[in-house]
Design a protein. Structure first.
Ligand code: CTP
Length: 437
């Protein structure tokens, strides 16, 4: 579990890097000029208290006109306003280049008017009305996400801040507890079940007992099944972007959530080991698609298809799942003693992610076969291209394509070495094709 920092509440904003602090000084000065009050809320406050690096975009609540403020702020910081919704009082300011030392990074500032939300019926989208910060915090998911820090400026510096923590979020952070704010929380917004899983997996937190009961009740009332598949898909994609998505799945099983999302899916030690193995030796985090493949590897083709259709998974994920179906169908062939060109012919249609997933998931000798293919064979190109063949007198058309393919096979099987070898090999083949016509 991450360590709680012992920074004084009033000094919490000093946990932000200097460029972010400078940004907030500008934002606070502008807000003060508009008689608006700014609050930093949600994940950033939680992560400042946990002394986690602040790598995500900032959520700022505005007691005042958030959209007008977003426009002013964008003009002041040379950013752009995107996704402005007058009715909801929300807007995002996009800054393309924020400088931190030698690094330059993009940043989004999500601005929203402080508000209350009412849910006309369970799992429906809320009706929103302006309200103060106290009421705004009440509509949130967990106590650890229902804290706010005032952002004000004095003499060009950030003023000592005040931490608003009406639901004991700080105490829950220290205890490692996930606690909802009221009994209808999961009924109002069942995606909170999935948000809770993500956060609990990331922080190593537990549901406090009453929240656990409420979650079980919401599951029994089939609230997840009543939630739009698109909203669920968004959460699933976020789960796959976590540092250890297999931990999210392990908790989803422990909280009995998995069967409400995908009946045949479940955590196994084997699956967790594969994820650990896939991460080993990687310097950057794995792409979420890798985890989509690794976590669904033991499903049948039909089960994977059902998942893709039900949640309308994005094109790249659907392609990956189909490629896994096809690769699993040919895995026996991969264990045979194949010529390089035969292996290339089998594996060349597949994307690298699918091949890497299979390499991690299958037993020997398949991992070595796929490594051989990816490292030694896939990057190979023959020396002659189509233009070179044209210069040898071979006309454009399907035969030229066939010669190029066979030339590649010949190179992979070490039948040609030099450019001259390739030229005479191509001419012989061209002659053979002509003789057969
Ligand atoms: N929130 C909520 N219920 C939701 C979604 C969001 O109460 N269904 C609130 C929470 O207070 C949350 C804040 O909105 O902290 C911002 O949400 P988001 O940006 O999605 O997540 P973070 O909490 O900032 O967490 P992270 O980005 O680290 O996952």
């Amino acid at each position: 579990m991450p360590e709680l920092t012992y920074r004084a509440d009033s000094a919490l904003l000093s946990g932000l890097n200097q460029p972010l602090q400078d940004l907030l000084v500008r934002a606070a000065a502008l807000a003060q000029g508009q008689q608006a009050t700014l609050w930093l809320v949600g994940g950033v406050v939680r992560d400042l208290l946990l002394d986690q690096p602040i790598e995500h975009d900032l959520d700022l609540m505005v007691e005042g006109d958030a959209v007008a403020f977003a426009r002013l702020l964008a003009a002041d910081l040379e950013g752009t306003v995107s996704a402005a919704h007058l009715a909801f009082g929300t807007a995002t300011v996009i800054l393309k280049k924020v400088q931190a030392g030698s690094a330059v990074f993009p940043l989004a500032l999500d601005l929203a008017r402080t508000r209350v939300e009412q849910y006309p019926q369970p799992a429906a989208l809320p009706v929103v009305q302006p309200a103060g910060i106290d009421q705004d915090l009440r509509r949130r998911d967990f106590s650890i996400n229902a804290m706010a820090l005032s952002v004000q400026t004095v003499d060009g510096h950030l003023a000592p801040t005040t931490l608003l923590d009406p639901f004991g979020g700080r105490q829950d952070l220290a205890a490692g507890h996930m606690r909802v704010l009221h009994n209808a929380s999961f009924d109002d917004d069942p995606t909170r079940i999935l948000r809770g899983l993500r956060l609990a997996a990331r922080l190593g937190f537990h549901l406090e007992p009453h929240t656990q009961t409420l979650l079980a009740t919401a599951l029994a009332r089939r609230r997840l099944e009543a939630t739009s598949p698109d909203r669920i898909r968004t959460e699933l994609c976020l789960a796959l972007a976590e540092p250890q998505p297999e931990e999210v799945l392990r908790l989803a099983d422990a909280w009995s959530v998995t069967p409400h999302i995908c009946v045949p899916l479940h955590w196994t030690a084997t699956l967790a080991t594969r994820c650990v193995r896939a991460r080993a030796g990687e310097t950057t985090s794995l792409h979420p698609l890798h985890y989509a493949g690794l976590l669904t590897y033991d499903l049948t083709a039909e089960e994977r298809n059902h998942l893709a259709v039900r949640y309308r998974l994005p094109g790249d994920a659907v392609r990956l799942l189909r490629e896994l179906d096809a690769l699993q169908a040919i895995r026996d062939q991969l264990t045979r003693n194949l010529r390089n060109s035969e292996l290339d012919h089998l594996l060349r249609p597949f994307g690298v992610v699918a091949l890497e997933v299979v390499r991690v998931a299958e037993p020997p000798p398949i991992p070595a076969v796929i490594t051989h293919y990816l490292v030694q064979l896939r990057p190979v190109t023959q020396l002659l291209d189509g233009h070179a063949l044209r210069r040898l007198g071979i006309p454009p058309g399907p035969q030229l394509g066939q010669i190029l393919r066979e030339l590649r096979a010949a190179r992979l099987d070490n039948l040609v070495a030099t450019r001259a070898d390739e030229e005479s090999w191509a001419m012989q083949l061209w002659q053979k094709i002509r003789d057969a016509e």
